[in-house]
Write a protein that binds this ligand. Sequence first.
Ligand code: SF4
Length: 199
Amino acid sequence: MKKKAHIISKIVPGSIAEELEIEAGDKLLAIDENEIEDVFDYQFLIQDTYIEVLIEKPDGEQWLLEVDKEYDEDLGIEFENGLMDEYRHCHNKCIFCFIDQMPPGMRETLYFKDDDSRLSFLQGNYVTLTNMSEHDIDRIVQYHLSPINISFQTMNPHGSLTVHYSLGYSRNPYISALRLFFCQIFILCLHGMARYGIM
Ligand code: SF4
């Protein structure tokens, strides 16, 4: 199967990557034979004193580079996509959506409806949990991503309601998973109550 390729946009001068002759336009394919799903995998995998980095050059040639470094030393690589993955977008269709109400002609990125727990952790964005898979939840637990900011929005005959909730992290991954689970139950209950006009 073809490996996911991450296009390198910049190399930090004086870095390990420059020393290894990695250049902008090269692609990162794997570290220690692990495919890299997003920036969390990347940051996790480079935290070691010896790693093997698989790079693909623009002509298709692949270089397997052995790196000896300090445990937490950065490679000095910047990627075209900072998240190293597609941004997850919102699957909801709120009739009061604030993005749909934005005036036309503004910066294109302002119209993107993101709903991505990774951006919640990195930038403080709010997520609705409505597009999350088991895999996404497993990664929150695996990497102890905290806090995750959750936004609950609904409409009832009397108006709209928005609740913002910040999901904290526990050192125990099972407690983190339980918190996420109960948060989803809580949101389902709120949806049900709003639907039947209880609130
Ligand atoms: S969840 Fe937010 S971005 Fe998505 S449709 Fe509703 S208001 Fe718009």
